[in-house]
Design a protein around this ligand. Structure first.
Ligand SMILES: Cc1ncc(COP(=O)(O)O)c(C=O)c1O
Length: 485
């Protein structure tokens, strides 16, 4: 007990010493407000003094307003010390490093119009939670926990839960990837995967090639790490290979990595053709630039047959780091993704993962593994492909019907990307917001926010009625806006 440190001297009345000791502690903030004090009997025993002395000290402290009693409950501190109330003011603005500044400046959750009740919001590209197989997941939870028990609740391995790693290796080989000499690290979604790779293999000031526009979170991570982004335009014909070759020539040996999302790219939704996948792979290989392939949306193909990931071209080589995630179809809240790469690269990343947060929750990995391997996943994929495919086609038709545009991008996924004719989409957004509709302005996906006539429409969580109503409102609002030169 804190009060037992009081050493009683013989020169002063005992109650004064007790009072002074307790009041000092309260005034210095060493006993928090409303803390319970020992009863007079307890304290007299601890200090080996008479109970009367303690009672007297408590009476005086009460008179000074430093303590109060509640009948049947005890005596408590009432701190009104000037020290507790004085301001200690750190300027956290000044303390921020460049990583934090970029992360804050580019935080779209803080900086963009938030979702509100009654808004038709095309902002999100999260999966629709109503589609989740909650009953199947409950079964997997109970099954895995009864099979593995405490093992899932104790510390595990940084690389991940072994059965899940093996499942994913097999899953990747079904996509045509030769997994010989490759390994997997389970990560906290794609986002941690990219962050770990870049912070392990690049240094501030390094150059990185990426599509322009691209995933806003990836731009944020790359910029926060101080990387210099070389953007390669995506236009109506896909990636601008002419520009890519010019940039390769210009920056050549300085380029550390190329980051690319070949399937259902975010935000444009485009799918790179097999020919272009070969072309891109060979260009990078010939220039000795390792590729970080973002495979996040591959499962969401609606019409075409499966297109192989670029890393399936890298058989027997080790130049591609593939990042996978089920976030657009299954439980993004579980935050489980994976990195497939050369064994040696994974070994390096494994130590970085351990250093940062030890590993992804084994309970979550165990449940997800159970769900994936018991057949529920295949059934679910068929169901969501149909569900999102219908919405995609419907949204596409509504855009064609209602929104005057220069180009509609999108071969699949959970969104469409539009290029408008001479319309500032920030201005459009503000006007639409007044009419109860919001969307993602396209500038956030450009590496320097340089393009202001594009927008992304995410439709996964909206009903058909909302999709039509919202798109119609956007179209009508466009017609009210001044045309920019
Ligand atoms: C391009 C891209 N990659 C990956 C992801 C998935 O990220 P995570 O697995 O961290 O949720 C997203 C999500 O929006 C994305 O747009």
């Amino acid at each position: 007990m804190l009060l037992s440190n009081l050493v009683i001297n013989k020169d002063e009345p005992i109650y004064i010493q007790i009072k002074r000791y307790i009041s000092n502690m309260i005034l210095k903030g060493l006993i928090p407000n409303n803390s319970k004090l020992p009863s007079t009997r307890e304290l007299s025993q601890v200090l080996n003094v008479s109970r009367n002395s303690v009672t007297l000290a408590y009476e005086e402290l009460k008179a000074d307003g430093l303590i109060y009693s509640v009948s049947g409950k005890g005596t408590f501190t009432k701190s009104n010390s000037s020290l507790n109330q004085s301001n200690w003011c750190i300027n956290w603005e000044d303390k921020q490093n460049s990583y934090s500044k970029v992360a804050n400046d580019m935080d779209i959750i803080k900086n963009e119009i938030p979702w509100e009740n009654n808004l038709i919001s095309f902002k999100s590209i999260s999966p629709n939670g109503d589609m989740f197989d909650i009953d199947e997941l409950k079964k997997s939870f109970l099954n895995r926990l009864s099979l593995e028990g405490h093992k899932l609740l104790n510390y595990g391995y940084a690389k991940g839960y072994k059965p899940l790693i093996e499942y994913l290796l097999e899953y990747m080989s079904k996509k045509g990837v030769d997994t010989y000499n490759k390994d997997i690290l389970i990560t906290n979604g794609f986002t941690e995967g990219l962050d770990i790779i870049l912070s392990s293999f690049t240094s501030s000031g390094d150059y990185i090639i990426c599509e322009n526009p691209t995933h806003n979170t990836s731009i944020k991570i790359m910029k926060a790490l101080g990387l210099k982004l070389i953007g390669i335009d995506i236009n109506e014909n896909g990636l601008d290979f002419d520009l890519l070759e010019v940039k390769l020539e210009k920056y050549k040996d300085k380029i550390k990595f190329a980051y690319i999302t070949p399937s259902y790219h975010n935000p444009t939704g485009t799918v790179m053709s097999p020919e272009n996948r070969y072309k891109f792979y060979n260009l990078m290989k010939n220039n000795n630039i390792p590729i970080i392939e973002d495979g996040f949306n591959e499962e969401l193909l609606y019409s075409s047959s499966h297109i192989f990931p670029i890393c399936s071209l890298d058989n027997l080589s080790n130049g591609i780091i593939y990042i996978g995630s089920f976030s657009k179809i299954l439980f993004p809240g579980m935050r489980i993704g994976w990195i497939l790469a050369d064994k040696n690269a994974i070994s390096k990343l494994e130590s970085v993962k351990r250093c940062r947060n030890i590993h992804v929750s084994f309970l979550d990995q165990g449940i997800l593994y159970d769900y994936l391997q018991n057949g529920a996943f295949e059934k679910y994929i068929k169901k969501v492909r149909k569900f999102y495919g219908d919405k995609f086609n419907f949204a596409y038709k509504c855009v064609e019907k209602y929104i005057p545009n220069e180009y509609i991008f999108g071969d699949g996924g959970l969104h469409l990307f539009l290029k408008l004719k001479n319309i500032d989409t920030r201005e459009l957004l503000n006007k639409c917001y007044e009419k109860g509709v919001i969307f993602m302005p396209g500038d956030i996906f450009y590496i320097n926010n340089e393009v202001n006539n594009t927008l992304r429409l995410g439709f996964s969580r909206l009903s058909f009625e909302e999709i039509e109503k919202g798109i119609k409102i956007i179209g009508e609002t466009i017609k009210e806006l001044p045309i920019k030169d």
